[in-house]
Design a protein around this ligand. Structure first.
Ligand SMILES: [Zn+2]
Ligand SMILES: [Zn+2]
Length: 357
């Protein structure tokens, strides 16, 4: 995860803030910073930065991290899951509980991914301030269905993404109902319930890295992952815009539930987070301006994954575990990183623009 940018208060002159207005290169690209080693694997420990990583925006734990998705899963199970908490409901595959689940998931996606799109791309609430790429999504590009990047991305996200997401949820509830999955009752095992939740964010990132690396294996890239990578200039709806083959792989975080005792709330967490999280992870903006008059802002940093979309063969991982550093694919946004990446890919040296691209 990138180093967080401290939100500056109104006392600091706005002119000193690098928001990309004057620091873009000729291609309209803005590099907000040189990426540092991500928390929490920094040694010696940096308590302040670690706290910011865990609890500052977007926050590994809070507010948009694990705690948000845990809350969403718990609320879904309590209020939006037909048949819950009686697991015997799910022993038979019936439209009565399956169709409302599908409608629920499409609605969750429309609301939680849509809110970022409406704010930043439809209303353009802060124009291109803190936007990594000054271009807006393509509206005349034949690479996309209807020549429109946004409509194309929405279609793949909903028609394929929400369908595979729901399909797995249905099968997993059916498996809980039939006693095919090791089950941990919430009341009988509260300690295990919480302990497993502490592990899941790391499992989430480990799974993301492994599946993403596999997706870059040439045959699989050509068959499926290329579709996600048409988005070199990302937006919130690019996050879940993938080929159905990739969705089938991407949503398999549940495989841990085959061996580890769990509750359906754990399952919902493992399904909802990769469905909804990518909208923010592909927002394309480094900071969200909350109040224009005081210039109050929060970090919604997604620069690390943005560089992956710009350069493909780097930054495959997610926030918590520095796989890319360990395996030599880390790109910090500098010209040196860019040159190293080209050497590794046996590409001829190229004069990189000032900000490393
Ligand atoms: Zn992506
Ligand atoms: Zn990729």
């Amino acid at each position: 995860m990138a180093e967080r940018v401290a939100t500056r208060g109104p006392a600091e002159p706005a002119a000193r803030v690098d928001d990309g207005a004057t620091t873009r290169d000729a291609r309209g690209e803005w590099a907000p910073r040189v990426l540092q080693q991500g928390q929490p694997f920094v040694w010696p420990p940096q308590p302040k930065k670690l706290l910011r990583f865990l609890l500052g925006f977007p926050g590994f734990l809070w507010p948009f991290g694990a705690a948000f998705y845990y809350g969403l899963a718990a609320l879904t199970w309590r209020f939006l899951q037909p048949g819950a908490p009686d697991l015997t409901t799910f022993t038979e595959l019936r439209a009565g509980w399956i169709l409302p689940m599908y409608a629920r998931n499409v609605a969750l996606l429309l609301v939680l991914a849509g809110v970022w799109h409406v704010l930043l791309y439809w209303r353009r609430s802060q124009d291109t301030r803190f936007k990594y790429n000054k271009r807006w999504p393509s509206t005349r590009n034949k690479a996309f269905l209807f020549n429109s990047q946004t409509w194309d991305n929405m279609l793949w996200s909903i028609a394929s993404g929400a369908t595979v997401w729901t399909l797995y949820e249905v099968l997993l509830l059916w498996a809980y109902g039939r006693g095919l999955l090791p089950f941990a009752d919430l009341r009988a095992n509260p300690v295990w319930h919480v302990a497993f939740f502490a592990v899941l964010p790391f499992w989430h990132d480990l799974h993301f890295y492994v599946v993403h690396r596999i997706s870059h294996w040439k045959p699989l890239y050509k068959a499926a992952h290329y579709l996600h990578h048409r988005n070199t200039n990302v937006g919130p709806w690019s996050g879940l815009s993938m080929h159905p083959i990739e969705h089938l792989l991407y949503f398999t975080r549940w495989i841990i539930l085959l061996v580890v005792p769990s509750h359906p709330i754990h399952m919902l967490y493992l399904m909802q987070r990769p469905a909804i999280g990518p909208a923010l992870g592909h927002a394309g903006f480094d900071q969200l301006v909350l109040k224009k008059d005081t210039d109050k802002r929060i970090s919604i940093d997604n620069y690390f994954h943005y560089l992956h979309h710009r350069h493909f063969e780097c930054n495959y991982g997610a926030s918590s575990i520095p796989f890319d550093r360990w395996f030599g694919s880390f790109h910090d946004g500098t010209p040196e990183s860019y040159a190293r990446m080209r050497r590794k890919r046996k590409l001829p040296p190229e004069e990189a623009p000032a900000n490393g691209r």
